[in-house]
Design a protein around this ligand. Structure first.
Ligand code: SD4
Length: 290
């Protein structure tokens, strides 16, 4: 069995290539990097990698993480700048026992010293979008837009290895140094090859309150299907946030288990891509649950 699930329609092409790798006995980690790099490299996607929208100062700060479900090795970067593929930096860090989560200037310095390509990731279109938004909110308190999209992937290969990863430029107009859920273990992603994995997209500040990716893996461990685990974690926590705050940010969760079964739950309109040994690549639209 093999399988891959990824957040948002933008992941479709990357998942298509990665699925071929998995079908030909490829490694789950390599396939995940193929899928995420495809999104990072596409300037049309304003929320991930090249073309991502910047923070309040016009600086593009990116977050990414990689987890190996066989070893529990995790690598992550937050607020990294001018690096072509943050997911590849995160993956390299996942081999390290110490210093495996780097932030800000330290993350960028690490990537440079490790030989990763240093490039200006801010496109002219992103600069224009930022200038327009700055003019729009001039004199007001800048707030991030809701609804910018992290690419999150969970993959299973034919050797039964599972991995999870995320990459994002976070929320447009975020405060300098703001970090969301995406690089945080348990919140933006989690995977255990003996159980399954999950990743999140949406308002990081709310996702991390519920450590939602870990919660889904924990529920799968207790015997729930990926779909039941996604439903329970997502809708329970959405309810609790609404009880406490009167509202909940938009968020969506996807999961894949070690048998290649998958699940999804969302409190907003959400698209995702799935391919498994028994199911050709499909992009679905999910609607908010109860
Ligand atoms: C964050 N979760 O930085 C990311 C952004 C995102 O849909 O996925 N928005 O909070």
């Amino acid at each position: 069995m093999w399988g891959m699930i990824a957040t948002w329609q933008m992941a479709r092409d990357g998942v298509a290539t990665a699925a071929q790798e998995l079908q030909q006995q490829g490694d789950a980690g390599d396939a995940l990097v193929t899928a995420i790099k495809d999104v990072e490299n596409n300037p049309e996607y304003g929320s991930v990698g090249y073309g991502g929208l910047p923070n309040e100062h016009g600086l593009l700060e990116m977050d990414a993480a990689y987890m190996n479900g066989n070893t529990y090795g995790i690598g992550a970067v937050a607020g990294i700048t001018d690096v072509k593929n943050p997911i590849t930096v995160a993956r390299k860090l996942s081999h390290d026992h110490f210093n495996s989560f780097r932030v800000g200037a330290g993350a960028t310095e690490y990537a440079q010293q490790a030989g990763f390509e240093r490039v200006n990731m801010l496109t002219p279109a992103a600069v224009t979008a930022w200038q327009e938004r700055v003019a729009e909110v001039a004199g007001k308190n800048l707030t991030p837009y809701d609804g910018h999209d992290t690419v999150g992937v969970v993959a299973l290969d034919q050797q039964a290895k599972m991995v999870a990863g995320t990459s994002t430029s976070g929320l447009f107009m975020k405060k300098h140094g703001r970090v969301g859920d995406s690089p945080l273990s348990g919140s933006g992603f989690y995977v255990d090859s003996e159980i399954g994995g999950a990743t999140a997209t949406g308002l990081g500040e709310d996702i991390m309150k519920g450590v939602l990716s870990y919660e889904i893996v924990r529920l799968m461990k207790s015997g729930l299907t990926p779909q039941a685990a996604c439903d329970q974690a997502t809708y329970d926590f959405d309810r609790r946030l609404k009880q406490h705050y009167g509202k909940a940010g938009a968020f969506s969760l996807i999961a894949l288990d070690k048998q290649g079964n998958w699940g999804v739950a969302t409190n907003c309109e959400f698209t995702f891509a799935v391919a498994t040994a028994t199911q050709p690549l499909t992009v679905y639209t999910a609607n908010p649950g109860p």
